[in-house]
Design a binder for this molecule. Structure first.
Ligand code: BJW
Length: 261
C-alpha cells in the first residue's frame, strides 16, 4: 500500500476505509494524547505548581519514590483526582463503537486512566498499569486506595502497607520496571495477528510500547497513525492523520462504517 498523509479536515482514502471495514482483527494502541481532549495533561506536557521544577520522567521512577515518597505520591493523588473528574471524549467513544463493528478489536493502551473502559471498551490491555490501583512498594501486597477528589498541589505521605509496614505506591509501571508479562504478550500477539494497527496520541518514544509500531511494520500491516504533531513513527504508517484523536477516530469510524453516521 502506498503511504499517504492527511489533515483532519480532508477525507479518508477509500482503500483505508475498505481495509478497516474488511478487517477481521483491528489492533489499536493509544497514548496520553487520546485523553488530552478530556482535559488530562499528556505525559510530556510541562508540569505545574509544586511539580513545576520537575519533569514527569524524573518523578515516574522507583528511585524518585524512594528519594521523596510524599512528593511522588502527592503528584499521583493530584493526577488521580484529575482522572476521576474527567469524562471520555469522542476518540474513546469512537474506539468503543469500532469494537462493535469488527469480529475482533484489541485495544492496547499506555494510559493509566480508565477512560477507555468508561467509554465502553472492555478487556483493555494496560501496558503501564493503572493509576487507580495501588500496592506495597516493598512486598507488592495490593492496597485498596480511596483517592481524594481534592486537587491540591501538595506533598502527601503514602499510606502504610497493612501487611509489612512498607510504603504504598501507585499501580503503574515506572521507568526501569518490567511491563506486566501477560499483558505485554497479549499486545505483541494482537499486533502480529491483526490486519490493521491504529496508533493514536503517542509520542512513540517509550519502549517497549513504541516497538509495537516497528513490529507491525515488519509484518507489513496497514498502520494508521493519528497525532496533531509529527512523530518518529510516521515513517511506518500507510496513513498519517494529522489532527486530534477526538476528531480523527470518529472520522475513521464514519469512513469505514458510513451507516453509523
Ligand atoms: C494528541 C493530542 C490529541 C496531544 N490527539 N494526540 C529501548 C531503547 C531506549 C530505551 C529503552 C528501550 N527499552 C527500554 C528502555 C527504557 C525505558 C524507555 O523507553 N526510555 C525511553 C524514554 C528512552 N523503558 C522502560 O523503562 C520500560 N520498561 C522496560 O523496558 O523494562 C525492561 C527494563 C527493565 C530494567 C531496565 C531496562 C529495561 C517501562 C516504561 C514505563 C513507562 N511508564 C510511563 C509512566 C506511567 C505512570 C504514569 O503515568 O505516571 O508511562 S512513562 C510515560 O510515557 C507513561 C506513558 O504511558 C508513556 C508514553 O507516553 P505517551 O502516551 O506517548 O505520552 P506523551 O506525553 O509522550 O505523548 C503524547 C502525544 O500525544 C504527543 O505526541 C502529542 O503530540 C499527542 N497529542 N494532543 C492525539 N488531542
Amino acid at each position: 500500500m502506498t503511504s499517504s498523509s492527511l489533515t483532519s479536515s480532508t477525507s479518508i482514502p477509500d482503500e483505508i476505509a475498505q481495509k478497516l471495514r474488511a478487517a477481521q482483527h483491528i489492533a489499536v494502541m493509544t497514548g496520553a494524547g487520546v485523553s488530552a481532549e478530556s482535559g488530562i495533561a499528556t505525559f510530556r506536557d510541562a508540569l505545574t505548581g509544586l511539580w513545576a521544577n520537575f519533569k514527569a520522567e524524573d518523578l515516574a521512577t522507583p528511585q524518585a519514590f524512594v528519594r521523596d515518597p510524599a512528593l511522588v505520591w502527592g503528584w499521583y493523588e493530584w493526577r488521580r483526582a484529575q482522572v476521576m473528574q474527567t469524562q471520555p471524549n469522542a476518540g474513546h467513544i469512537a474506539l468503543a463503537a469500532m469494537a462493535r463493528q469488527v469480529p475482533q478489536l484489541t485495544l492496547i493502551t499506555q494510559n493509566v486512566d480508565d477512560l477507555h473502559e468508561r467509554a465502553g471498551s472492555s478487556a483493555v490491555l494496560h501496558l503501564h498499569g493503572s493509576i487507580l490501583a495501588a500496592r506495597c512498594f516493598d512486598c507488592g501486597f495490593p492496597y485498596q486506595h480511596r483517592a481524594s477528589l481534592q486537587q491540591d498541589h501538595a506533598k502527601l505521605a503514602p499510606p502504610v502497607c497493612p501487611e509489612c509496614g512498607g510504603a504504598v505506591r501507585p499501580g503503574v509501571v515506572w521507568f526501569g520496571e518490567n511491563l506486566p508479562h501477560d499483558v505485554w504478550q497479549e499486545a505483541e500477539r494482537a499486533v502480529r495477528e491483526c490486519d490493521v494497527l491504529i496508533i493514536a496520541g503517542t509520542s512513540g518514544v517509550v519502549y517497549p510500547a513504541a516497538g509495537l509500531a516497528e513490529l507491525a511494520f515488519r509484518k507489513r500491516k496497514t498502520i494508521i497513525q493519528i497525532n496533531p504533531q509529527a512523530t518518529n513513527q510516521d515513517k511506518f504508517a500507510s496513513l498519517v492523520m494529522t489532527g486530534p484523536s477526538g476528531v480523527c477516530l470518529p472520522q475513521l469510524l464514519a469512513a469505514a462504517w458510513p451507516e453509523l453516521r
